[in-house]
Ligand binder design. Structure first.
Ligand SMILES: [Zn+2]
Length: 182
């Protein structure tokens, strides 16, 4: 059972359900900040964001991640079913590969989590809030770019972001597999 850490002032629940992943850093706090900085209309109907790790992959997720071994599965959007409300799953160990020293910086954590979180939120927006008939993945990526840029532009200067991005790219070069979002 997922452990509920905290919930945002919005209605979205944030929970962790790690099997092998251990970290002194509380990533749910970063997810909370990202959600708090997101216009509430885009979160309507979303039940929860669950922070998991690749150690807890289901059979289907394992299949997905093995389909292309060059990309690590970083997130998935679970549509509503008759019995469960819509949820976002983030695979934190696949998202935060890299030197842990940098992860101590809140901005770096938010930068790493924003892409996968907002991509999956893009699927939710498509599904429940603003249906579009374009390619599903392209639409989710467009939402990810838009929400990421809106989130960061309202709080930090673009320059410091650009600097941090290049630092991240530099230190992570070769260390990470490409990311795969579902
Ligand atoms: Zn996707």
């Amino acid at each position: 059972m997922p452990i509920v850490h905290m919930s945002t002032q919005r209605t979205v629940r944030i929970a962790t359900d790690y099997r092998h992943f251990r970290s002194p850093i509380d990533f749910s706090r970063s997810v909370d900040r990202l959600l708090l900085g997101t216009p509430p209309k885009y979160l309507a109907g979303l039940d929860s964001v669950i922070l998991r790790d690749s150690g807890g992959f289901t059979r289907r997720e394992k299949r997905l991640s093995e389909k292309d071994s060059t990309k690590a599965l970083v997130g998935a959007y679970h549509r509503a079913t008759r019995t469960t409300p819509p949820r976002i799953h983030l695979f934190i160990d696949n998202i935060v590969q890299g030197p842990s020293l940098l992860l101590r910086l809140p901005l770096i954590r938010e930068l790493l989590l924003a892409g996968p979180l907002f991509h999956e939120l893009g699927h939710h927006i498509q599904e429940h809030i603003a249906p579009e008939h374009r390619d599903r993945e392209a639409t989710a990526e467009a939402w990810a770019r838009r929400l990421t840029s809106e989130y960061f532009s309202s709080r930090r200067t673009k320059l410091s972001l650009r600097v941090l991005r290049s630092v991240l790219k530099l230190v992570q070069k070769g260390k990470r597999r490409r990311r795969r979002k579902e």
